[in-house]
Design a protein around this ligand. Structure first.
Ligand SMILES: Cc1ncc(COP(=O)(O)O)c(C=O)c1O
Length: 457
């Protein structure tokens, strides 16, 4: 494996944006969809590991991994080889109609990370996170014969009609697009930093459970609820970790009422939190086994594939009732196998210990500890939270309210110093780098953050 792991620094050869970047941004603004966002002027040319070089030759450290997607970094030799080997065999035949060993073995491999003794799971493959979410909702309704779906405030589940209906983070995703899916309700997410429903950081989990139970008394008949869908660690809403007792209590609530529990692991899953699935951090606090799991993003290091994992007892939809032309594409499946090789440690990545999940834990712990030190220096860092390489920094005003404007300035200052980063929530910067990030590379990024934050006055 030839990927470079030697210490490097960002190399800025032009003022940002450089001339080639500017020219492409101008053409992009002429011809691409008006819906695309452009948080800062960056146009990639090529990448290697945790480094991305723009079209002007400026090399930046990647702390956002294409929104938590590039698990193994850019152009990882093992992933490149997997893709090249498969593309010379066949690119497409259509999994909906014909089995393919590469997807059969991928499904076998994925369910091994969730099956408990005596339990069997099955997999439906799609192309994007939203498709996995749509599949989960369709399956929940089809299996239970019920219609209502409960989701959470602050959530993000994708851009298709069902997925935007479930999403609870920003009204701009919905404005002007209605009517949306009927029979969907939103409940607060238990955010210990901003506890909802008059609760405290310690009681916010129970408060949300009590709130759902109260809805079942006066608002929604529980026996009409097909599923509760939730991100076990909330991504776009602000990289929020719920209190330890919440997910076991939610599982118990679903059991009491015969409701399917769907964990959307699209952003926090696939090793990013230091475990394969983020809900697995809560095992020691009780039963948290969901009925379905959606995964995408990090599953194939950037190749488009998603998966809905469901208990065999739940995946009861009839032959032909759901499918996809491209879903489970063999080239993307090859990239998923290569990504899993590195996540599981079947193939080792230099300087990243036994496997990329352990590396995410260790480097993530280091970043969290350093950020907590920075918090004492910068009082506008209201909260530092996360697990593994799923970390959020929340910016606050002196009165403790979210400071989105300061967050935006911080994000731009970091970019201008060569650190690619991305916002989320109302006033949060997320740290979601490739899971191959070494401690030295983390320190380089932290030093850029220190410098950028010290310029914010
Ligand atoms: C938790 C979660 N679910 C679903 C999605 C939608 O994924 P996609 O953009 O691949 O459709 C996202 C995307 O950010 C997500 O974070």
């Amino acid at each position: 494996m030839t990927i470079a792991t030697k210490p490097r620094q960002p190399e800025l050869k032009t003022a940002l944006p450089g001339p080639s970047t500017k020219a492409i941004i101008e053409r992009d603004a002429q011809h691409l969809s008006t819906s695309y966002m452009r948080p800062y002027p960056f146009v990639p040319d090529h990448g290697e590991g945790v480094w991305l070089t723009d079209v002007d030759g400026n090399t930046m450290l990647d702390f956002f991994a294409g929104i938590a997607v590039s698990t193994t970094g850019h152009a990882h030799p093992h992933v490149v080889k997997g893709v090249q080997d498969q593309i010379t065999k066949f690119t497409h035949v259509c999994l909906t109609d014909y089995p393919q060993e590469i997807t059969t073995s991928l499904a076998e491999r994925l369910v091994r990370h969730v099956e408990r003794p005596g339990e069997k799971w099955r997999v439906f493959f799609g192309n994007s996170g939203a498709e996995a979410v749509e599949a989960a909702v369709k399956l929940a309704r089809n299996h239970t014969g019920r219609t209502h779906i409960i989701s959470t405030m602050g959530s993000f589940h994708g851009r298709t009609y069902g997925a935007i209906t479930l999403t609870g983070s920003k009204t701009k995703y919905k404005r002007g697009f209605g009517p949306l899916l009927p029979a969907v309700s939103h409940v607060p997410y238990p955010n210990p930093f901003r506890p909802p429903l008059g609760s405290t950081p310690e009681t916010c989990g129970q408060a949300v459970i009590d709130h759902i139970e109260s809805l079942f008394v006066g608002v929604i008949p529980a026996d009409e609820v097909a599923a509760i869908i939730i991100e076990p660690m909330q991504g776009e809403g602000g990289y929020i970790i719920p209190p330890a007792d919440f997910l076991p209590k939610l599982r118990a609530l679903c059991d009491r009422h015969g409701i399917m529990l769907i964990f959307d692991e699209v952003q926090a899953g696939m090793g990013r939190s230091g475990k394969m699935f983020s809900f697995q951090h809560f095992f020691e606090h009780g039963d948290v086994q969901p009925d379905m799991i959606t995964v995408a993003k990090g599953i194939a290091s950037g190749m488009p594939i998603s998966a809905l994992l469901a208990k065999e007892s739940v995946m009861t939809w009839p032959v032909g009732s759901h499918g996809s032309t491209y879903g489970g594409n063999p080239v993307a499946a090859a990239a998923a196998h290569a990504t899993l090789d590195l996540l599981e440690g079947v193939v080792k990545h230099p300087d990243c210990g036994d496997n990329l999940m352990d590396n995410a834990s260790q480097v993530g712990d280091y970043i969290m500890a350093e950020l907590k030190k920075m918090q004492t220096q910068f009082p506008f860092l209201g909260d530092i939270r996360g697990k593994g390489l799923f970390i959020g920094l929340e910016f606050v005003k002196p009165d403790g309210s979210p400071d989105g404007a300061l967050r935006d300035r911080a994000s731009m200052a970091m970019f201008e110093k060569g650190l690619l980063n991305l916002d989320c929530g109302e006033a949060v910067i997320r740290i979601s780098p490739p899971l191959i990030l070494t401690r030295e590379e983390a320190e380089t990024g932290l030093e850029i953050m220190r410098q950028a934050l010290s310029e914010l006055k």
